[in-house]
Design a protein around this ligand. Sequence first.
Ligand SMILES: [Zn+2]
Length: 269
Amino acid sequence: MIRKSPLALILLLLLQLAAAAEPVWQYPLAANLVEGKGGYLVLTNKSVLLDSDYEPHDLVNLTVRAVSRGFQLRSEAADALSAMFQAAEEEAGLKLYVKSAYRSYQTQNTMYQGRLEKIGKDDGVVAYPGSSDHQTGLGVDLLNYEWTRRDGMTPEFGKTAEAAWMEQNAARFGFILRYMPEKQEITGIIYEPWHFRYVGKPVAQYMMENRLSLEEFTQEVSEAIAAYEEQGGNFTALCRALNAPPEPVLLGEADEEGDSEVSIFNRNP
Ligand SMILES: [Zn+2]
C-alpha cells in the first residue's frame, strides 16, 4: 500500500471539499443553452397553454416562397428559414413552400371555433387556442409544390423527398421536427412531417440526434436543473456566469489605444 504524506492527505481533503461546494452541471448541453433565454424553448400543448395575449415582439415578414403573402415568424427563426430554403435548393434541388407560420391566439380561436361549428366536436385537427405551436412565432408548416395544391395535409407528406430532406437537415438551421411519428402519445398530435419548430442550433441538433420531443426535452431540462439545485447549485447564477461577457483585455498604460473607449462613449453624447 502506498503511504500518502500528510500534505497529500490535506490536499485531497481540500479537493473533496471544493468538489462538494461546487456542484457539477450534468446535462449534455451547457446550462445557458437550455435556460430558455429569448423564449426559443417555450413549450405549448394541450396541457401547457399560452396566454391569449402571448405575442412575440420581434415578428418579421417572411421573404421566402410561400402559398400566399403576409406570413410572419420571429426574426431569428425567419433568418434561419431563409438559410434552410437556400440550402434545400442548392444542395438537393428542392423547392420548399411556407403553408402557415405565426398565428395569433385570436386567429387560432377563430379557426378552432370554425372547425367546431363545421364538425360539431373537437376532432383534433385544429389545435385548441393557446395550445398551438404557431402562436410562439417559431413554428412553421413547410410543403413542396405538389402538396400546396392539395386541400389538407396528411402524414403521407412524410414520403416526399422534401420531407425527408427537412427531417435530415432542419437541425443544422435550428429547427426540429416538432411532431415525430413515434411521439404522438407524448405530444398529443399526429405525425406532422411538415411542421418545424425553431429552437436554435445547439438544442435542435441535440434533440434531433436523440429523437426527443419538445415535451421530453423540457422534462429532461427541468430534472437536470432540479438535480443541480439539490446539490446546492444555483442554476440562475450558473447561467449568468456563462452568459457574462468575456473579461475585458486590459491594455498597458503605455498603450496609446488605452483610452479609445472614452472616445467611443463620447461619439454619441
Ligand atoms: Zn403547423
